[in-house]
Design a protein around this ligand. Structure first.
Ligand SMILES: [Mn+2]
Length: 339
């Protein structure tokens, strides 16, 4: 049994999409695989593979460092693993059963690595994915290389943003489409421009939803806005959890020399506090999304990893549950780092 394990964002979904489209071309009777994915933040996915059932596993766009144990276990069971990613790796295990394609350069992403691997076979999808992972420069460079007209480029950018947007939420209940379902819907199109052309397609459904959520986000509270850093707080509602990442990207693109933080109060902890008189403020936590300045894409991963439940890449990182009393310290360390 083959397993496909992939991040539920645009990069993860489109990385698998390119591989699957390519495999289907040479082998139309390709058997279905078991898909393992989740919300964008849910990266501890490899442990969900049944090592007894699996004969091969493709892993896309999830940090090897966060899946090290599960990977070691699969390799021990002599399961063939193809691992493609651009996040923190930690120590990469040495095994004849592991084929890895890993590049942690801040200007590449998993779908671009797959695009190289497939010699640009589905380059329009790769361009959409790079835009979705907010790698504007890399996406534009690739589009230019293939002489893609500006209008089509803008449409692929929209598509990438909408697919990426669909991956954000506390759980899959927040999402418009389960990422596995979205993958299945998208994988019938070998050219994303056909999907965009089609009235009522998932592109148009996501666009409508995205615009509604973004309109609400523009009214959010600004917590800090200084030379180094801008921080906004969003409500703890499904719409805000969906839009936080792409809203952060939009802010970052508008002020490329600043770091950007989107703060969301985790309501579950708030409810616990208000319903229990003896509870203290200490149980309150925030979800943090940090983007390094676009003109200085470094440090975000380290900054977040130095707080409990934090981690990510140099250019973009997050903290799942930052204790409320650490919020000031977090802002201080971000401002200090980028000063
Ligand atoms: Mn990615």
């Amino acid at each position: 049994m083959h397993y496909d394990v992939f991040n539920g964002d645009a990069d993860g979904i489109i990385a698998l999409l390119q591989l699957r489209l390519s495999q289907r071309k040479t082998n139309p009777s390709l058997k279905e695989s078991i898909l393992i994915t989740g919300v964008k933040r849910d990266i501890s996915l490899l442990k969900k593979v049944d090592a007894e059932l699996a004969t091969s596993v493709t892993v896309l766009d999830i940090s090897l460092e966060k899946n090290n144990e599960a990977l070691a276990h699969l390799l021990e069971k002599e399961v063939k693993v193809f691992y493609v990613d651009h996040h923190r790796t930690g120590d990469i295990p040495q095994s004849t059963f592991l084929t890895s394609l890993i590049n942690t350069d801040a200007n590449t992403c998993t779908s671009l690595l797959i695009n190289n691997h497939l010699n640009g076979e589905f380059v329009n999808w790769a361009i959409a994915a790079a835009f979705g992972d907010n790698m504007q420069a890399s996406a534009e460079k690739l589009a230019k290389k293939y002489n893609l007209p500006v209008k089509q480029q803008a449409l692929l950018k929209e598509l990438g943003i909408y697919i990426n947007y669909n991956g954000y939420g506390r759980s899959v209940d927040d999402l418009h489409f389960h990422p596995a379902q979205l993958f299945e819907k998208l994988s019938t199109y070998s050219d994303p421009l056909d999907l965009i052309d089609e009235t009522g397609s998932v592109f148009h459904q996501l666009k409508t939803a995205y615009l509604a959520d973004m309109a609400k986000a523009k009214n959010s509270t600004v917590l800090i806005n200084n030379q180094q850093l801008s921080a906004v707080q969003l409500a703890d509602e499904p719409w805000a959890r969906r839009v936080s990442g792409v809203f952060g990207n939009e802010l970052a693109n508008a002020s490329p020399d600043k770091a950007h933080v989107v703060v969301t109060l985790n309501k579950s902890t708030l409810n616990k506090n208000t319903s229990n008189e003896s509870a203290t403020n200490e149980a309150t936590t925030y979800t943090i999304s940090l983007r390094a300045p676009l003109s200085n894409k470094q440090g975000a991963g380290e900054l977040c990893a130095s707080f409990p439940t934090g981690g990510g890449r140099a250019a973009a990182a997050g903290i799942n549950a930052l204790p409320a009393e650490m919020l000031g310290d977090f802002f201080d360390s971000v401002a200090k780092y980028y000063a």
